[in-house]
Design a protein around this ligand. Structure first.
Ligand code: SF4
Length: 460
C-alpha cells in the first residue's frame, strides 16, 4: 500500500492540494519553445527552476533538453535580474549560437517584478543581440495556471514576435498544435499531407524531441517550425487551433494582428474529434478527404465493433490536461465505456462546460473537477468510494493503480517509467486505433489474471 493514508471518506479542504494533477508554467513554455527551429529556451530565474523544467522534459522524452538560465543569486533575487539576463543574452549568442532565445519568467522573477520588455530593449540598445537574431519572451508566473498556461503563453509569443501580414494571402491553413506528443504532431502532418492540404504546423516538436540517434550531437535538431514559416502564418487564409486551452490565445492574437480567421477544435483524439478536425481541414484548405483516411476510419470502426462487448460499461477514471481529457472522454463514450471520474489541475470553465455537455446523456453520474483543488488524492478517494475498471493518466497514476489493482493506461505528461508514448500517436484514426488497442490489452490482461480459473478463455 503505497498510498496507505488515502481514505475513502472525504474531508473538506480549503487550502491544501495533495498530489496535484499539473506541473508548473515554465515547463510548458520550455516545451513549446523547442518547437521553433534553432530556438534556445531561457529560464529567467534561479538555476533550480531551470534544472527542474529541463529534467521534467528530459525524463519524459528521453532526449537531452537544452535550456539556459539567468542563474539568479541572492543579489538578483533582491534587486532584480536585469543584468543577469543581459549578460546571459550576450553569452548565449556568442557560445551557443541559436537563431532565437525564448525567455520565460519564473515565480521568482515575477515576484520581483522584472520587466522583460525593458530588459530585452536594453540588451538591444547595448548591442548584445546580433543582426538577424531574435529574443522573444513571455510571462509564466507559476503561482497561477499550469504547464498548459505556460505552453499557451509561449505559443502566443511566437505569433506576437514573428507572424507578419503582407498584402499577399496564401492558400495555407495554420495548424496550431496544442500540448501533444511529437508523434502526435508527426501524425497530424501526415494527415495533412495525405489530404494534400497546404499547412504550417506550429509549434512542432517532431524531429526535435524524437530525433534519431545518429552518433552526432546536434544542439538544434532539424525539426521545429522554421522562422520563415512562422512569419508566413500571418499570410495564411485560416488557422485551426487544436485544443482550446493551449491554442485559443494564439489564434485570437493572430486574428487581431494579421486578420487570419480561426476555428478551435479539440485535439483529434478519438473518432469524433478526428472527424471534426478532418472536416475542418477539408473545408478550410478546400481539399477532399482521400480514401486512405476513410479506410483508416473504417478500420477503427471495425475494431470498435468487434470488441464492443469488452468496452461496454467499463468504468474509467482519468486525469491529466483538459485539452486531452475532453476528446478522450468523448472517445470513451464512443466506445460505450463509462467515464466515472475526471480530474484536471488546469483551471478554466471550458472543461466543466464540455464535461457537462458530454456526460449529460450517457454518464450523468460521473464526477469531474478542474483547477488547483482538483488533485489525485481526491481522485483516489472517489475510486475508493466506488471502484473503476480502468485508470488513464500520467505515470503518477501507477501508485493508485497498484494499490487498487486497476488496469492502467499511461497517457499524458509526464510518462517517465515507460517508453512508447514518443513513438505511437494517439491522434487521428491511427492514434485512436492505438489507444483502443492499448485499453483492450490492459483490460483483458487484467481479466485473464484475476478471473476464476474456470473462466479463463484462450480465445477472447
Ligand atoms: S519556483 Fe515556480 S517556476 Fe520555479 S520550479 Fe517552482 S513552481 Fe516552477
Amino acid at each position: 500500500m503505497l498510498l496507505r493514508h488515502t481514505t475513502a471518506q472525504e474531508v473538506e479542504r480549503k487550502a491544501l492540494t495533495i498530489n496535484p494533477s499539473k506541473t508548473c508554467q515554465p515547463v510548458g513554455a520550455m516545451y513549446a519553445a523547442l518547437g521553433l527551429h534553432g530556438c534556445l529556451p531561457h529560464s529567467h530565474g534561479s538555476q533550480g527552476c531551470c534544472s527542474y523544467h529541463r529534467s521534467a522534459l528530459t525524463r519524459h522524452f528521453k532526449e537531452p533538453v537544452m535550456a539556459a538560465t539567468s542563474s539568479f543569486s541572492e543579489g538578483s533575487s533582491v534587486f532584480g535580474g536585469s543584468s543577469n539576463l543581459v549578460a546571459a543574452i550576450e553569452t548565449i549568442f556568442t557560445v551557443y549560437e541559436p537563431d532565437v532565445i525564448a525567455v520565460h519568467t519564473t515565480c521568482l522573477s515575477e515576484t520581483i517584478g522584472d520587466d522583460l520588455t525593458q530588459i530585452v530593449s536594453k540588451a538591444h540598445e547595448d548591442g548584445k543581440v546580433p543582426e538577424g537574431k531574435k529574443v522573444i519572451f513571455c510571462n509564466t508566473p507559476s503561482y497561477v495556471g499550469t504547464h498548459i498556461t505556460g505552453y499557451s503563453s509561449q505559443v502566443s509569443s511566437f505569433v506576437k514576435f514573428f507572424s507578419a501580414a503582407t498584402p499577399k494571402k496564401r492558400n495555407v491553413v495554420n495548424l496550431v498544435a496544442g500540448w501533444m506528443e511529437p508523434s502526435d504532431m508527426r501524425e497530424i502532418k501526415r494527415i495533412a499531407r495525405v489530404m494534400e492540404a497546404r499547412t504550417i504546423l506550429f509549434p512542432d516538436m517532431s524531429g526535435v524531441l524524437d530525433a534519431p540517434l545518429t552518433g552526432k550531437f546536434e544542439m538544434y535538431p532539424k525539426g521545429g517550425v522554421s522562422l520563415s514559416d512562422m512569419a508566413a502564418t500571418g499570410d495564411s487564409k485560416f488557422s485551426i487551433g487544436l485544443g482550446a486551452y493551449s491554442t485559443e490565445d494564439a489564434c485570437v492574437k493572430l486574428e487581431n494582428k494579421c486578420k487570419v480567421k480561426f476555428e478551435v477544435v479539440e485535439i483529434p483524439i478519438g473518432l469524433k474529434a478526428t472527424d471534426r478536425f478532418i472536416t475542418s481541414l477539408s473545408r478550410h484548405a478546400n481539399v477532399p478527404v482521400p480514401d486512405e483516411l476513410t479506410e483508416e476510419r473504417g478500420r477503427l470502426v471495425d475494431l470498435i465493433a468487434d470488441n464492443s462487448k469488452y468496452f461496454y460499461g467499463k468504468r474509467v477514471a482519468l486525469f491529466g490536461d483538459p485539452d486531452t481529457l475532453i476528446p478522450l472522454t468523448e472517445f470513451l463514450l464512443t466506445l460505450d465505456m463509462k467515464p466515472a471520474y475526471i480530474v484536471t489541475g488546469t483551471p478554466g470553465k471550458h472543461f466543466d462546460e464540455s464535461m457537462q455537455a458530454l456526460l449529460a446523456e450517457q454518464a450523468p453520474e460521473a464526477r469531474y473537477k478542474s483547477g488547483e483543488r482538483a488533485d489525485m488524492f481526491q481522485l483516489h478517494q472517489w475510486i475508493k468510494q466506488e471502484p473503476v475498471d480502468l485508470l488513464i493518466g500520467n505515470t503518477y497514476g501507477k501508485y493508485i493503480a497498484r494499490d487498487e489493482n486497476i488496469p492502467f493506461v499511461r497517457l499524458g505528461f509526464p510518462i517517465v517509467d515507460r517508453p512508447g508514448h514518443n513513438f505511437f500517436p494517439h491522434t487521428g484514426y491511427v492514434g485512436a486505433t492505438n489507444l483502443a488497442i492499448k485499453i483492450l490489452d490492459k483490460v483483458l490482461d487484467h481479466t485473464d489474471r484475476t478471473c476464476a480459473e474456470e473462466k479463463v478463455e484462450l480465445q477472447m
